[in-house]
Design a protein around this ligand. Sequence first.
Ligand code: FAD
Ligand code: EPU
Length: 295
Amino acid sequence: MTALPATASRTGARVERLPLARYTTLGVGGEAEVWFVSNGAQLAEAVEAPYRILGGGSNLVVADEGVPERVIRLTGPLAEADLTPDPALSSGETVVTGWVGGGVPLPGLIRKLQKLGLSNLEGTVGIPAQVGGAVWMNAGTRYGEMFDGLHTLEIVTPGGTRQVTPDDLAWGYRQSGIPRGHIVSRVRLRLRRSAPEEVLAKMDFADQARKGQPKMKTPGCAFKNPGGVSAGKLIDEAGLKGARVGGAMIAPEHANFIVNLGGASSADVHALLALIRERVGAPLELEYELWPEQG
Ligand code: FAD
Ligand code: EPU
């Protein structure tokens, strides 16, 4: 397809047809109309037609055909963080920050919080997400998760904008309780003052658990851990490490990661997911988000 120039929407959002492979950590995915939105008015316009919200693309398997809906990406002020303590909401050791945009990259945010001596989110170190995507699925590790550090969430839908607190949501392991497609546009963080060295020590400890994870293009773990058992261990025990379909492979380092060896298609990844389900006896719940959804 010939590349089309970017255009501006009614409210000034930049709109461009782009390959989503460029925006996913797996490096797979066809074209879609991408809306780069930087304020509430643009976001309100973007949700007037069928849409999807894209974060860091670190949990996505997008079809080679792309998706027909417009794909929203948060930029500008919606990708900036105001970490100044709000005096009306902070007291003693507890700090509630200003607004942090859903489009803020999580790794940089975690580094900044460490330097400021603000604790609660260091357990999420190494997760290559944006804040909105990490909140939406309550991304985490054994050492902590996003909901450890949330005070208020601003949610945008075609029905309007509203604020909720974690108490309003049925959140848990790898789930926020926020319905799919409800956009986390901004959040306020609830943090605890701590010595920067202490926060750094906890980050280093949590990071150790990543040493055995593959370094290639991947959307992270394919399946959630069933009942606390490592899905990676189950897939490994089924003898699937290193199994290959086309350009996709079950990582030899950790069996719950599917990696792109170069030139993987979405069909290659789907075939590996089906192989895992067929070979592992226990029922496994997918952690990857498939665009479009299957079945
Ligand atoms: P995307 O992949 O872009 O989207 C995922 C879902 O979130 C989609 O449904 C999307 O619509 C939705 N979404 C995105 N942004 C928003 C928003 N602003 N509002 C509402 N919904 C939104 N995950 C862990 O939990 N723990 C780990 O330790 C971990 N390690 C990883 C390591 C690697 C190397 C990789 C590649 C991934 C890893 N992941 C891990 C998976 C991934 O980082 C998380 O699932 C993360 O939460 C995805 O966030 P994202 O911003 O990239 O979202
Ligand atoms: N194991 C194997 N073979 C494998 C993989 C793991 O035997 O191929 C064993 C390990 O030896 C270890 C146990 O299983 O004894 C647990 O492995 P690991 O420490 O790697 O943790 P995990 O449960 O497999 C979870 C998260 C990761 C997160 C790490 C570190 C899920 C689905 N996975 O993996 O999150 O980074 O802990 O905290 O919860 C993600 O969600 O995308 C993700 C990468």
